[in-house]
Ligand binder design. Structure first.
Ligand code: HEM
Length: 152
């Protein structure tokens, strides 16, 4: 169960990143070309938020199953001074929750905007902010916070 969850959570990270990059590119192009917000643009907005929500669900389940997180909460006296434990116990979840809230607000606000120009602008700003936070919070093999492989 834990292995499967880690594999899925690690793999879906690439879908989160690719969908966000594509959404940001779409919003940038639409905004600067003063294009109309098409049904396809709306689907891209919708699916980007949905993929991120799927990753959020997996993250929450993984959080309840992870031996690392369990150890973190049982031994807070010692684990609060260890960056690896602190990262998976608190930093990762706090940053990722913030990113997904920003993304969700951006998606909802863009959906409700009446002008196409404003829809693209909202998507561009909120999705870029979410992407930046997600990039910082991923345990890349080169991250100074905690490292995990690119692929499981
Ligand atoms: C866009 C959102 C997220 C992305 C892109 C993401 C990405 C990742 C990646 C790449 C890993 C390393 C996987 C590996 O071991 O190979 C990881 C680990 C983990 N993530 Fe996330 N994550 C996200 C959101 C969350 C959330 C919201 C939670 C908790 C509610 C969470 C909980 C965890 C836990 C507990 C681990 C590691 C567990 C362990 O090593 O035992 N993640 N995440």
């Amino acid at each position: 169960m834990y292995q499967t969850l880690t594999f899925l959570h690690s793999t879906i990270r690439w879908f989160v990143l690719l969908s966000l990059l594509y959404s940001i590119f779409t919003a940038y192009r639409g905004y600067f070309n003063k294009a109309s917000f098409t049904r396809t643009d709306n689907l891209i907005r919708h699916w980007t938020a949905t993929i991120a929500h799927l990753q959020l669900m997996l993250g929450i389940i993984l959080y309840t199953q992870s031996p690392l997180v369990k150890y973190f909460w049982k031994n807070t006296g010692e684990t609060f001074n260890d960056l690896e434990f602190l990262f998976f116990g608190l930093i990762h979840i706090a940053l990722m929750l913030t990113a997904i809230i920003v993304l969700t607000i951006g998606s909802a606000v863009a959906k409700r905007r009446t002008e196409d120009h404003q829809k693209f602008k909202t998507m561009l700003l909120y999705f870029s902010a979410a992407l930046l936070i997600i990039i910082i919070a991923i345990p890349w093999p080169f991250s100074p916070l905690a490292h995990r492989p690119f692929f499981r």
